[in-house]
Design a protein around this ligand. Structure first.
Ligand code: UDP
Length: 424
């Protein structure tokens, strides 16, 4: 395939999710029976790096295990395309500015070929298929679908203060969707039909290498590998190097907290894998230049481990850190928050809609509005491990109830069922 890469994530059984609530589990089995063999094509912009790829890696094998014929196509585009789509992403998250006509034309024309290829894949016009388009990078593909396809648009970004001109540009595509899924009620554009909009939160796989329990010896081995002193306090943020994730703000908070905790170390983990985020390298390089002389700041911008060890490293870092931070200024959801909560960590999150879905201030972590507030909470949590444990315990329960993959699968099966009578 020239314009898409077909992804084949590892097999995964749905059965183990039975332990997280028989109700959801049996409802999924019942719905999937009547959806057996349904063709579902998920399309997004990158096969690795970032939350969407993380979700699809898990969602597709589970849908397949339940009998659906689901598959995953990732876009194959040059860097220039992703510079434009990152600009669209930034505008939608609230940045000032606008898309120029050449940018719009380039973005749309680049999707002509993939669009034609998609038509060939769908090929048999009468054969019902559900196409799920994840995020604006692939949204214009909606114009290439046959009438027999039902279309879901899954927007993962924070649209709470979206730039109106960017939203207006995307409006004709969004209005063509049979269903638009967003992660927060605040993200629904006022003109988008409420009945066509569903709020569904992302979720994590508790059995994956990134999230399952790991032996403490393994954790120590990985910290040794990276030269990080496990006997001293560790704060971390695991995120793409992106302005909305506010890595600068995290570093400012670290320096303020270090005044009270001189032994504090900071790990900023941001493997630059996501090819749809060409901004990351510049931010990483600038931070590296600025802070290279501080031996207690660990800026990780690349993957130096095999994929399996890398997932285990993220797991180890979230488990061992004294404080996990996700100081985003905007955040569609932020899987990293749920990942850390699942590991019993109290998380310090930025004042962003997606994060506030997961962190209830003072109950399972803290919401902060500035580096100084962040620093205060870092010191408080590191000095009070008992408090951190209590908050962390409550966080794990919140995740068990709301943010595991059984719930996400149920949401999608319900939507597939609801949109099927008319079109599929
Ligand atoms: N992630 C990772 N390494 C990194 C940064 C992020 O493995 O250096 C993973 C992280 O564990 C999570 C996903 O990438 O599973 C990021 O998803 P999130 O929703 O937090 O943010 P996004 O990148 O989609 O904005």
């Amino acid at each position: 395939m020239k314009h898409f890469m077909v992804q084949y994530p590892a097999r995964e059984a749905f059965r183990p999710y039975a332990r997280f609530g028989g109700g959801i589990y049996s409802r999924c089995l019942a719905l999937s029976k009547s959806l057996k063999g349904l063709r579902v094509i998920h399309i997004n912009s990158t096969a690795s790096g970032g939350g969407v790829a993380e979700l699809l890696k898990n969602q597709i094998p589970l849908e397949k295990d339940l009998g659906l014929a689901s598959r995953w196509l990732a876009l194959r585009e040059p860097k220039r395309f992703f510079f434009v789509t990152k600009k669209i992403h930034n505008l939608l998250q609230g940045q000032k500015g606008f898309l120029s006509d050449p940018e719009k034309n380039y973005y749309l024309s680049r999707l002509d070929e993939p669009g034609r290829e998609l038509r060939k894949i769908l090929n048999t016009p009468g054969k019902p298929t559900v196409v799920v388009l994840h995020d604006p990078q692939v949204l214009p593909l909606i114009n290439f679908l046959f009438a027999a396809s039902a279309v879901i648009v899954r927007l993962h970004i924070d649209l709470s203060s979206a730039n109106k001109s960017a939203l207006k540009f995307l409006r004709p595509f969004l209005e063509k969707a049979d269903r638009v899924i967003i992660s927060h009620r605040l993200y629904r554009p006022v003109w988008l039909d409420k009945n066509k909009t569903t709020i569904s939160y992302p979720a994590i796989n508790p059995f994956s290498d990134k999230n399952r329990e790991i032996a403490s010896g393994k954790i120590s081995g990985l910290f040794k590998h990276f030269g990080i002193d496990e006997t001293r306090p560790i704060a971390t943020q695991i995120s793409r190097f992106d302005p909305w994730k506010d890595p600068e703000g995290v570093i400012q908070a670290y320096y303020l907290a270090k005044k009270e905790l001189p032994k504090l170390q900071l790990v900023l983990e941001g493997a630059m894998e996501a090819k749809d985020d060409p901004q990351a390298a510049a931010i990483y390089n600038q931070l590296t230049m600025e802070y290279k002389n501080d031996p207690d700041i660990f800026l990780h911008g690349g993957k130096t481990l095999s994929d399996l060890s890398y997932q285990t490293w993220i797991n180890a870092l979230q488990r061992r850190a004294d404080v996990v931070i996700q100081k985003s200024l905007r955040e569609g959801f932020g899987l990293t928050v749920t990942e850390a909560l699942w590991k019993g960590k109290a998380v310090i999150g930025g004042n962003a809609a997606g994060i506030k879905v997961q962190i209830k201030n003072g109950r399972n972590g803290f919401i902060v509005k500035s580096p100084s507030e962040c620093a205060k909470r870092m010191v408080q949590l590191i000095n009070n491990p008992g408090l951190a444990r209590t908050l962390g315990k409550s966080g794990k329960n919140i995740v068990r109830k709301n943010f595991l993959f059984n719930r996400l699968i149920l949401d999608f099966l319900e939507i597939y069922t609801e949109i099927s009578p008319t079109k599929v």
